[in-house]
Design a protein around this ligand. Sequence first.
Ligand code: NAP
Length: 366
Amino acid sequence: MEEIEYMRLAIQLAKQGCGWVNPNPMVGAVIVKDGEMIGQGYHKKYGELHAERNALANCQTPPTGAILYVTLEPCCHHGRTPPCTEAIIESGISRVVIGSHDPNPLVDGKGIAILRSHGIEVTENVAKDECDKINESFFHYIQDRTPYVVMKYAMTMDGKIATRTGESQWITGEKARRRVHEDRHRYSAIMVGVGTVLADDPMLTCRLENSRNPLRIICDTGLRTPLQARTVSTTDTASTLIATAITDTNRHQPYLDAGCEIMVLPQKDNHIDLNCLMQRLGEKQIDSLLLEGGGTLNWSSLQSGIVNKVQAYVAPKLFGGSGKTPVAGLGVDHPEGAFLLSKPIITQVGKDILLESEVIWCLQES
Ligand SMILES: NC(=O)c1ccc[n+]([C@@H]2O[C@H](COP(=O)([O-])OP(=O)(O)OC[C@H]3O[C@@H](n4cnc5c(N)ncnc54)[C@H](OP(=O)(O)O)[C@@H]3O)[C@@H](O)[C@H]2O)c1
């Protein structure tokens, strides 16, 4: 097998940790000796052993003189587990092949330097782009300490996210909706505005087998979420956080009694302050967030500069009329004021199309 093939195997292993390791990165490792793979492993769950230690524990023969292929630079600090660099040095591995650099300030090249200082040969940047891709939310979170925000919506080919009567279930087909559920498993939280709760009463859970539910966040400045809303009455199934500007604890109590968490935030432009919300979520180790709001919250989120990526599912349908659009608000005055996105990646998902772009400029001049 070629070097890149071992790394791709390590990437496949890393992906098995998807949804379970947040706010840690997904990492996979493969150990090869005399052209034979003798061990493999991945980071399975937050707080548990890292990929390198799992791969070493899995070795069928002693790894002395072997090559370790690992998707991310090994850690060199004491966190919830001891440094992986120590385990690698003790194992007698003679060469380490790395995919991504770890921008965590506690690592950031120090892992590589320690290995080299112990005479271990290190090769960097093998399948780097592929390795980077699996950890885009980790790279953002570890540097910014706020969640990586993916703004997702489903729309018709005439750009509507609901009919003129406000109905939006369903616009896309089953395969696209399944993919959204995979992302609900992948990301730590899901966020909507109270407008979506009032219109659709969504569950916002992940309905796949062997999956986890994201933290459900409702942006609700004036506490208008009905106590009967499914997000409020099902906190035994998934956690719900209501972000509000209401400080009156008597008004919080019924939601607290229902098992919801209340986060009180300052206001900005008559709504809760989204930048403040992102800071507070970061402190709660929410590393990634799927924004499934309506057009009002989507616009504010873009304006606040909190959106990192846009996922537009486009269904081959037309609603016409005055149906809602994915990004509402005031809108920009001139084309040159547009929010700019990177060249989209286009994926066919069943009969629908998924367009994915990074937001490359998102702070509007006030
Ligand atoms: N097809 C899709 O992908 C999709 C997805 C979601 C929704 N929808 C459709 O969208 C429609 C609902 O649209 P919507 O615009 O009313 O829903 P929304 O954007 O989810 O909720 C808007 C509400 O969020 C509250 N909010 C709290 N903080 C905010 C902030 N910082 N900025 C902006 N708003 C904030 C505002 O009320 P307060 O400030 O008073 O709290 C606002 O009225 C429904 O018809 C639904 O079916 C479609």
